[in-house]
Ligand binder design. Structure first.
Ligand code: ATP
Ligand code: MG
Ligand code: FE
Length: 345
């Protein structure tokens, strides 16, 4: 089936077109630069930008895919979780298209879409698989038995998301927003063992209650204190070493817990998605640690890891293929849609 996917949960207006597992178009307009001077996404600015970008991005996607709107078999849209006002723009657009074209509408879960997107690159998802989603808003470990119907959360961050930690540390180091890619680049010339930053929720006692949960706010504070102490002593801050040591602390915990979760569930496929999955160290360390236990790692290419419309189309396409009942036209935008709700109303 030919499926059009619409994503507007945060600051990317994404329109994707897929045919089965084949990617035909992935048009993304980002308002990230408008948020940069605020050091984080401003919801009102994001909503407005979605409204402006929706039609041109839709046209660009159709042109790239070489299709007319009427050719599509179904419309999929992120119905949550995300910023309420931002989600509303995508959901309204999707409803208008579904109604006007008389095609079925699928309101899908953004997190499940981050998992489904891997099918466009590596083919059908292994059932079950263990998914680790790490982005600016989420850090979760999920057991995925069927991406269209059965996703079970095993753990999540109890404070900051991994991407949020990258963005905050980047800011401390004077690097631009969003900071992840800049920290990644700076870390390449630093030493990951220069500074021993804390690994959140990794003590024996914490593991009893939070075996598959994450915490990054203590790490962020530790980096802030370290940098501040350096500045006060008048010495220059070794940006590359701080970046590399911080990055190592994040990737160490993420990969340890992901592999532990996969092993304890007896699952042999680990899928990593979300913007932080673009991190070069995370990819290497995950491969290394998973290989020790015979676990295969799947990571989509960086462009598919960050928010986009293709991931929504990919999940919509799977919904159609598996004969799921479409959402109704009064589908809500649900800012706190639980991950267990893969297909909304
Ligand atoms: P959501 O959390 O709702 O999915 P988002 O816009 O934060 O929304 P993404 O677009 O998937 O999610 O990811 C953006 C995040 O990924 C930012 O925090 C960014 O710093 C981080 N990121 C991107 N590239 C890298 C990288 N190479 N290393 C570390 N972090 C990265
Ligand atoms: Mg984003
Ligand atoms: Fe996302």
């Amino acid at each position: 089936p030919l499926v059009l996917g619409i994503e507007t949960s945060c600051d990317e207006t994404g329109i994707g077109v897929v045919s089965g597992h084949r990617l035909l178009a992935d048009a993304v307009a980002s308002s990230v630069e408008e948020h940069a001077r605020f050091g984080g996404v401003v919801p009102e600015v994001a909503s407005r930008a979605h409204l402006e970008a929706m039609v041109p991005t839709l046209q660009r996607a159709c042109e790239t895919a070489g299709i007319a709107l009427d050719d599509v078999d179904a419309i999929a849209v992120t119905s949550g979780p995300g910023l309420a006002g931002a989600l509303l723009v995508g959901v309204a657009a999707a409803k208008a298209l579904a109604l006007g074209l008389d095609k079925p509408l699928y309101g899908v879960n953004h997190l499940a879409a981050h998992v489904a997107v891997d099918q466009l690159e590596h083919g059908a998802l292994p059932d079950p698989c263990l998914a680790m989603l790490v982005s600016g808003g989420h850090s979760s470990l999920l057991r995925v038995d069927d991406v269209t119907a059965s996703v079970t959360p095993l753990g999540a961050t109890i404070d900051d998301a991994a991407g949020e930690a990258f963005d905050k540390v980047a800011r401390l180091l004077g690097l631009p927003f969003p900071g992840g890619p800049h920290v990644d680049r700076a870390a390449a010339s630093g030493s990951s063992v220069a500074i021993d930053f804390p690994r959140g929720l990794s003590s024996r006692r914490d593991l009893e209650r939070h075996r598959f949960d994450f915490s990054f706010s203590g790490l962020k504070t530790a980096v802030a204190r370290w940098v501040q102490a350096r500045e006060e002593s008048g010495e220059p801050v070794p940006v590359a070493d701080v970046a590399a040591s911080f990055q190592e602390a994040v990737c160490d915990v993420l990969t340890r817990k992901a592999v532990d979760a996969a092993r304890s569930a007896g699952i042999e496929d680990l899928l990593i998605g979300g913007g932080v999955a673009a991190n070069s160290r995370l990819r290497v360390l995950a491969e290394e640690r998973a290989a020790v236990h015979g676990i295969r790692v799947r990571v989509p290419r960086p462009g598919l890891c960050t928010d986009n419309g293709a991931m929504v189309a990919a999940l919509g396409s799977e919904m159609v293929a598996r004969g799921r009942t479409p959402s109704s036209l009064d589908l809500p935008a649900d800012s706190s849609l639980p991950v267990t709700e893969v297909l909304a109303g």
